[in-house]
Design a protein. Structure first.
Length: 189
């Protein structure tokens, strides 16, 4: 697995990490570094590595979730890849859901695509955690639907306090495959 994580790190560092310019963050404010994780989640090799790494993290949780989900758009490709990979390897975490930012204005008018059933244990996923706000929105929607959050997994933790905020709010483990400090091109200045 370490070899796969090392290769995934290379893809993120080469293709997804942007440095040397001020870019706006969805959490508000601007930063001199930015993780454009779609460059990894829309890369066939990257997405395959992400799916395997997320399944490994899911297996390490003290309670095995039966579902995986998160807020669109950061979680969409991760959820799809993980449920597909889970099916391929007969892994029990196979139910996927996506939380919309706004309810549908037509059809079922649902807030969560592929509605989870009340009582389901869910691992919430995201591409990047900064303040944890986007991840918290997804968690809150799943809780409102009657689900239990048993873990949160992100591709990147920007180490801006969001991961700890999520631990404090939801009382579940929060894991990231990588942290800001894993990328030497990011200066602390």
């Amino acid at each position: 697995m370490q070899k796969n994580l090392a290769r995934l790190w290379q893809i993120i560092d080469r293709d997804a990490l942007i440095t040397g310019q001020e870019l706006a963050l969805s959490a508000g404010g601007a930063s001199s570094f930015y993780f454009d994780c779609k460059k990894a989640t829309l890369n066939g090799e990257g997405l395959h590595l992400i799916a395997d790494a997320f399944l490994e993290r899911i297996d390490a949780l003290s309670e095995r979730p039966v579902a995986i989900g998160g807020l669109t758009l950061g979680a969409d490709f991760i959820v799809a890849a993980v449920i597909m990979r889970a099916h391929q390897v007969a892994h029990p975490t196979v139910f996927g859901s996506i939380v919309r930012k706004e309810p549908k204005k037509h059809g079922t008018r649902t807030r969560i695509e592929n509605d989870p059933r009340a009582g389901m244990s869910v691992v919430v996923v995201d591409d990047v955690i900064t303040t944890g706000g986007s991840t918290a929105k997804a968690c809150d929607e799943f809780i409102e639907a009657g689900c239990r959050i048993v873990g949160i997994i992100a591709l990147i933790d920007r180490e801006a306090g969001g991961a700890q905020s999520l631990v404090d709010k939801y009382g579940c483990p929060v894991h990231a495959l990588f942290r800001k400090g894993d990328f030497p091109r990011i200066s602390d200045g």
